[in-house]
Design a protein around this ligand. Structure first.
Ligand code: ASP
Length: 449
């Protein structure tokens, strides 16, 4: 059996939902479908989730935005009308939105998540109603009924182990099950959403729980590319990747698949296939546990900007027991998560995503580092980008770093930082954001042309 997940662009309007139905009908092994909220219909359009967030924010500020509310309802209404569904479907979606809005007004703790989840929930009601209308046996299944239990972290839910056993019982249902992505419930029954883009996570949890043979993730590209097509025109398509490679690539800018979504599928060794709703005949990219030796040792170049480097130096740092722990403790106290921490003898850099350290926190962190650690230097360098070359085959291959370094030299981009874990599935380079495009293009020429 296959679990299929459709992303926002695959559910953006009635025409896309018809494609979803056709894809489901094409293969009778496709038994469970997980859906995102309606996404953008064109590049200037708005995602329903973004509209719901804007609506929730306006309510919290006691200035409910009627225009946004109307836009959301109109999106669902036009879909149901075009698909010729009963008016009850849109009424049901509207009732849930109104209910969640009331909770936000009342200021209840989980209300915002309940409102954010209305996009996925609405998609699931529409898709199941459309499948039924066109003669397919199908049911909407709420994540609570499915058994998706999560830890109580609003906006950043983490799945609880007990979910998987409960999900398995869905295997026996003899119809297509339509599950909204992006949220689960705490054991106390509160709705909590995953982080943004989290419908991929739901799909993976459901595939793992059902012990599916395949998790198909439908999006709007034919396959995963080896580099961001923003930097390179028509880059090489990847037919296969390992879980570890995909994890590294999606961490640093490969937005085609959520970086937290692999773990459940990986644990159950369920292959994941990334496919295109608008071109379902294309083979897509398979993500699997192991692959035979491939021609190229570097399979992808990932990159992302919006990082900062917190640089700290102190003479004889190497002799001071507990220095690193105390530095990271300050970040922990201030609730700042960090990404990498390369170090020298007398200095240490901590790489942080810029939005995790806004200016008010920055001031406090710097003050504490100066006072409590008595350092010689502490400075923050913003507008940094990270570039990663990724590939299982890099392990034990001589000369990869030297070729990469030459690519940076050719692009005349200074490497500010290098980091490589002993797993050797990736090598990371820190550069100034201004040099990002040039460096990525040069690396592409080196490893793929
Ligand atoms: N709708 C949610 C978001 O936009 C989740 C998803 O689409 O996967 O973040």
């Amino acid at each position: 059996m296959k679990v299929v997940k459709f992303g926002g662009s695959s559910l953006a309007d009635a025409g896309q939902i018809k494609k979803v139905k056709n894809i489901m009908e094409l293969d009778e092994d496709r038994r469970v479908v997980v859906v995102s909220a309606p996404g953008k219909r064109h590049s200037k359009d708005e995602k329903v989730t973004d509209l719901l967030i804007a609506l929730g924010t306006s309510i919290q500020m006691n200035q409910m935005d009627e225009t946004v509310y109307k836009k959301i309802i109109d999106r669902f209404q036009s879909m149901t009308e075009e698909l010729e569904l009963s008016f009850r479907v849109v009424e049901q979606v509207k009732d849930k939105i109104d209910e969640a809005m009331q909770l936000v007004k009342d200021g209840s703790e989980h209300a915002f998540d309940a409102l954010k989840a209305c996009g996925e929930d609405g998609s699931a009601h529409i898709v199941s109603a459309y499948l039924q209308k066109t003669g397919t046996k199908a049911s909407y299944v709420n994540p609570k009924e499915a058994g998706i239990l999560v830890r109580d972290q609003p906006g950043g839910a983490l799945v609880l182990e007990e979910s998987f056993e409960k999900l398995y019982s869905l295997r026996h249902r003899n119809e297509i099950l339509v599950i909204p992505g992006f949220f689960g419930y705490t054991p106390e029954g509160e709705l909590v959403t995953f982080s943004r883009g989290g419908s991929d996570i739901t799909g993976s949890i459901v595939a793992a729980g059902l012990k599916a043979d395949l998790y198909e993730n439908f999006t709007d590209v034919d396959s995963v590319y080896c580099v961001n097509p923003m930097f390179v025109d028509q880059p090489k398509q990847l037919t296969s990747l390992t879980y570890r490679e995909m994890r590294e690539l999606s961490y640093a800018g490969f937005s085609v698949f959520h970086d937290e979504a692999l773990i459940p599928a990986f644990k159950e060794k369920i292959p994941v296939c990334i496919k295109n709703t608008n071109n379902p005949a294309a083979p897509g990219t398979m993500i699997v546990a192991d692959l035979p030796e491939r021609e190229s040792h570097v399979v992808g170049i990932a990159s992302d900007d919006g990082f900062l480097n917190l640089y700290v130096s102190k003479y004889l740092m190497n002799r001071e027991i507990g220095f690193g722990r105390r530095l990271l403790q300050i970040l922990e106290d201030e609730e700042v998560s960090f990404e990498h921490a390369p170090s020298g003898i007398d200095d240490m850099s901590v790489v942080i995503r810029e939005h995790h350290l806004p200016p008010e926190k920055e001031e406090k962190v710097i003050k504490r580092i100066k006072e409590e650690l008595e350092v010689d230097t502490v400075l923050i360098e913003r507008e940094m980008a990270m570039i990663m070359i990724v590939g299982e085959g890099m392990n034990q291959t001589i000369g990869i770093a030297s070729r990469a370094a030459a690519a940076f030299r050719d692009a005349e981009v200074n490497i500010e930082m290098i980091n490589q874990g002993s797993s050797e599935v990736s090598m990371m380079f820190g550069v100034k954001s201004s040099g990002l495009g040039k460096a990525v293009q040069s690396l592409y020429r080196t490893f793929f042309e």
